[in-house]
Design a protein. Sequence first.
Length: 102
Amino acid sequence: MCIGIPMQVIEDGLTHARCRDPRGAEVVIDLLLTGPQPQGAWLMTFLGAARAVLDEHEAQHSLAAVRALDTLLAGGTPDLDAAFADLVGRTPQLPDFLRPPR
């Protein structure tokens, strides 16, 4: 399974930024796909590169899901309904780009 990790820019740069991951570690992230981002910006990252810029709501929503998965991996019992609130009570839908042509 591949999973993107939301990170917040703590020091901006032209092609790379120092970011903080959900566990508080500092990581240098490649910005070639998103362009330069200001301090405080939220990025969805994968394999050391920013793939998308997130707004605050998207970032917090993704962080809740990542923290729930961390809790599960540590043997805990997270509140999955809260962590994945956008999926509760509905069938998840594929994004348009993953749907077969009509």
